[in-house]
Design a protein around this ligand. Structure first.
Ligand code: NAG
Ligand code: NAG
Ligand code: NAG
Ligand code: NAG
Ligand code: NAG
Ligand code: NAG
Ligand code: NAG
Ligand code: NAG
Ligand code: NAG
Length: 519
């Protein structure tokens, strides 16, 4: 696998906005010591009051954004870089305050302050954990599952509507883009945005670039999603690489006998693939009970699919655990099964999905709405056809949820719009990008599989504004099965700073994986 870097001077883009208040803010960020109680990177917290509803002319109603800043460590100071790790809806402050902050500081060169902020109204989220937990994880593996998922997601949509009428239409991506420019204004630097966004963060970055093209300095879109499909609520393209990644997993395992537990003597990709497919069939139609007496458990198919699609995103950190998970089931070892399942699940339920922020932002952004499940079936089938592992799970989390959503963001994207940004934007994508220039898979942003060449290109872009040649390809520096890579050891011997950076990248990948799932 390799990374493709491309510089794009402009976007072809969908945009439609209403008349908006253009008042220049006269508000400043209030900075204070963080009380997040997270170990990792020294950081400063802040708040900035921004308009609650940008479509309300002359309104005095404000919203306090919760900010975080990681200070630059090098002179000369070159300004601030804003950062979004995806989701949508992740509590970004806790990410930067953790181990990720230092890594991204290095990743941008050390001369920039890193700034980010939690989703709008995140602090005041009504805890909908109960209703979300009551919704069974579904990969739509039986013919009754679509109806069940549809009904559960309707109850979620209704509950969110009844509980969040105050803000349900005020948290969409266009407002967040305006929030970012309010922060740029309040920082009082050069009035330009510098930004690094992953996955959904690429949608936010492209949106702010289309809305404020003259105010873009350096913008990196990493793990680019298809914008048109995102806003239409029909993002099947995020899945195009998933099944190929699974084949990649099998091949990498077979060629890494020292780290892949499934790689027995003489095994081929073909036999391993057959073995795992048979195992999946068994789990699906004749679920396995493991253990005995009071310690037992049933291996569930839907969960297994969820663990596969989630784990495929981060080869260097999750593939060994995925291999361990299959091996435990093949060996009927309950202890090992629990161990690897919990590693892949990341312990507790992720904060992002225990609240309403994720569907709240995505579903209010997208235009797809219907109360007719029959009419939605072709799209659901398209999701399923695109990936045998992620299709069902993401169909439930996205179209099945969003089609029934009761809020529509007050400002959102609809018509065609063409923009030339002041400076070129850097796209970082996967080998599968050949399908369309802006097509990529959510499971392929640069932290999924660390590559020094990619990080150096990004750093050089931020520091010097130098762009790699369009189509530049970078190889990963860590093997799919973890850090025992001979490349990494070789580099460690050659250049300890590079080795530190690669190790930090691995730990960030683990950190993000452990806390944020796709389902
Ligand atoms: C902005 O705020 C400062 C102090 O907070 C005040 O002195 C100044 O007059 C304000 N400017 C405007 C245009 O309101
Ligand atoms: C970051 O810099 C600001 C201003 O220079 C300072 O007040 C703050 O204490 C610094 N934060 C940390 C965590 O060192
Ligand atoms: C924002 O925070 C300030 C204190 O920092 C508080 O006085 C104000 O009421 C808050 N505004 C809102 C809308 O919550
Ligand atoms: C089954 O588990 C119970 C409780 O842990 C224990 O008391 C009992 O002896 C166990 N039975 C066998 C056959 O192991
Ligand atoms: C089952 O897995 C556990 C944890 O990985 C391991 O310690 C144990 O030896 C395994 N048991 C068997 C019978 O292989
Ligand atoms: C639902 O959609 C299907 C397929 O598009 C259509 O045939 C049917 O008439 C629709 N039902 C209603 C009640 O609109
Ligand atoms: C999905 O795949 C099946 C089997 O190949 C095919 O019959 C069906 O038309 C496909 N559906 C969509 C929406 O692409
Ligand atoms: C930026 O350019 C200078 C001068 O060409 C060079 O020495 C430096 O290494 C570059 N910095 C980065 C991060 O590439
Ligand atoms: C960041 O860079 C500094 C040197 O510039 C190095 O000492 C530190 O270990 C690096 N940290 C990470 C996480 O890469």
């Amino acid at each position: 696998m390799f990374w493709v870097l491309a510089a794009v001077p402009f976007f072809l883009f969908l945009f439609s906005g209403s008349a908006l208040s253009q008042s220049t803010p006269n508000r400043s960020i209030e900075w204070f010591p963080c009380t997040l109680d997270i170990e990792g990177t020294p950081s400063t917290c802040g708040t900035l009051a921004v308009p609650l509803d940008y479509t309300e002319q002359g309104s005095e109603r404000l919203l306090n954004l919760s900010l975080i800043k990681v200070n630059a460590t090098k002179e000369p100071f070159k300004g601030s870089v804003m950062f979004n790790p995806g989701g949508p809806g992740y509590p970004v402050r806790s990410i930067l305050a953790g181990r990720s902050g230092e890594f991204f500081l290095n990743g941008t060169g050390g001369n920039f302050d890193l700034i980010s902020f939690d989703p709008r109204c995140y602090d005041s989220s009504v805890d909908l954990q109960n209703i979300l937990l009551l919704t069974p994880l579904s990969s739509l593996s039986s013919d009754t599952a679509v109806g069940t998922a549809w009904a559960y997601k309707r109850t979620l949509a209704e509950t969110c509507y009844e509980n969040r009428k105050d803000i349900g239409d005020l948290i969409g991506t266009a407002f967040v883009a305006r929030d970012m420019m309010q922060i740029v204004d309040a920082l009082g630097e050069d009035g330009m945005l510098r930004y690094w966004g992953f996955s959904y963060g690429s949608v936010l970055g492209a949106t702010v670039a289309a809305m404020f093209p003259d105010r873009m300095d350096k913008v990196v879109l990493d793990g680019v999603l298809n914008l048109h499909q995102y806003y239409a609520g029909r993002d099947v393209e995020q899945l195009i690489a998933a099944d190929e990644s699974f084949n990649g997993f099998i091949e990498a395992c077979v060629s890494s006998p020292e780290t892949c537990i499934l790689a027995r003597e003489g095994i081929t990709a073909q036999t391993l693939s057959t073995e795992i497919n048979q195992l999946l069939e068994t789990i699906k139609y004749r679920p396995l009970g493991l253990g005995s007496n009071n310690t037992n458990d049933v291996v569930e198919y839907d969960l297994t699919e969820g663990l596969i699609i989630n784990g495929l995103r981060t080869p260097s950190t999750s593939w060994p655990a995925l291999a361990g998970y299959f091996d435990a089931i093949l060996k009927r070892n309950l202890t090992a099964y629990h161990e690897f399942r919990d590693t892949l699940l990341g312990g507790s339920i992720s904060a992002a999905f225990a609240v309403d922020a994720n569907p709240g932002i995505r579903c209010s952004d997208v235009s797809l709405r219907t109360d007719n499940l029959t009419g939605l079936l072709p799209l659901i089938e398209e999701f399923q056809n695109t990936s045998r592992f992620g299709g069902g799970i993401l169909a439930v989390a996205q179209p099945i949820t969003c089609a029934q959503w009761r809020f529509q963001a007050k400002e959102r994207y609809e018509g065609d719009f063409q923009v030339q940004t002041k400076n070129p934007i850097l796209l970082v994508g996967s080998p599968f990008d050949h399908i369309t220039p802006l097509a990529s898979a959510q499971n392929h942003c640069s932290i999924g599989q660390p590559s020094l060449c990619t990080y150096k290109a990004i750093r050089e872009y931020f520091i010097n504004g130098t762009l790699p040649d369009t189509g530049t390809q970078c190889d990963p520096d860590v093997t799919d099965f973890g850090k025992s890579s001979s490349t990494l050891s070789k580099r460690a011997a050659q250049d300890s700073e590079d080795a530190v950076l690669l190790n930090a990248a691995l730990s960030v990948s683990q950190d993000l994986l452990q806390r944020f799932r796709l389902f």
